[in-house]
Ligand binder design. Structure first.
Ligand code: 8X3
Length: 253
């Protein structure tokens, strides 16, 4: 039986690219997200190659997470790979101007959500003495930048959780990989700037940003290493990027 991967945030961006890479490599998929129509169209697309099922839930809703994962049919329960991809940035402002609703969404989604999903999957992995958890962190979890304190804090928490999970789970045959991308062209900035397309597009102007597929390649590499190898941490920057806010953009004439 081929491996089964459960991917949160699978309906767009890095989650969707990872799902595509996994499908092309014969890994069966449990696609999770909040937008059922998008999950359905991905299911239709991938089901020519692999087995696919979908789960619609919000990672930050503890009851929804538990109910959705408990609803999996028996043949889907033995998850080999968990990709904790769901996450978001909301707002970019100095701490004194921060919106507490934005803070809640980032902490609830990026930290609590990752924990709720992991809690629902890890006991089965421990029982089977095998598994691989991929946590999507960010370079923002390694270096804090101005106006991004809470987003950076949420990703610093992911870094700590990846390390903590690895410490607790390695003895149970479970690998934990932390993936920290820099500037990736996804819906990330559109969400951060609350739908302001112009402002979002500006983020990726004047340079060649990472694409979701570049991050998916790194994830695929990590899940395809032999048992003797643990890829603990992968940091990816765009070609002209050397820190979260250091990007050598082309100047406009
Ligand atoms: C996304 C990368 O540097 O915009 O997590 O925060 S950054």
């Amino acid at each position: 039986m081929s491996r089964i991967a459960l991917i949160t945030g699978a309906s767009s961006g890095i989650g969707k690219a990872t799902a595509t890479a996994f499908a092309n490599n014969g890994i069966n998929l449990i696609l999770c997200g909040r937008r059922q129509d998008r999950l359905d169209s991905l299911q239709e697309q991938f089901s020519k190659k692999i087995e696919v099922t979908t789960l619609k839930f919000d990672v930050s809703n503890k009851v929804e997470v538990v109910n959705a994962i408990n609803s999996l049919a028996d043949e889907w329960k033995s998850v080999d790979i968990l990709v904790n991809c769901a996450g978001n940035a909301h707002g970019l402002s100095p701490i004194q101007d921060g919106d507490t609703d934005d803070w809640d969404m980032m902490i609830d989604g990026n930290v609590q959500g990752l924990l709720y999903v992991s809690k629902a999957i890890i006991p089965g992995m421990v029982e089977r003495e095998k598994g691989h958890i991929i946590n999507l962190s960010s370079v923002a979890g390694k270096y804090t930048y101005a106006n991004g304190a809470v987003y950076c804090a949420s990703k610093a928490a992911v870094e700590a959780l990846s390390e903590g999970m690895r410490l607790d789970l390695t003895q149970h045959g479970i690998k934990v990989t932390n993936i920290a991308p820099g500037a990736v062209e996804t819906e990330f900035s559109l969400v951060r700037f609350k739908g302001d397309k112009k402002r979002a597009e500006k983020v990726y102007e004047g340079f060649d940003p990472l694409q979701p597929e570049d991050v998916a390649d790194a994830i695929l590499y990590a899940v395809n290493t032999p048992a003797r190898v643990t890829i603990a941490d992968i940091v990816l920057y765009a070609g002209v990027q050397s820190a979260p806010t250091v990007i050598h953009k082309k100047k406009h004439e």
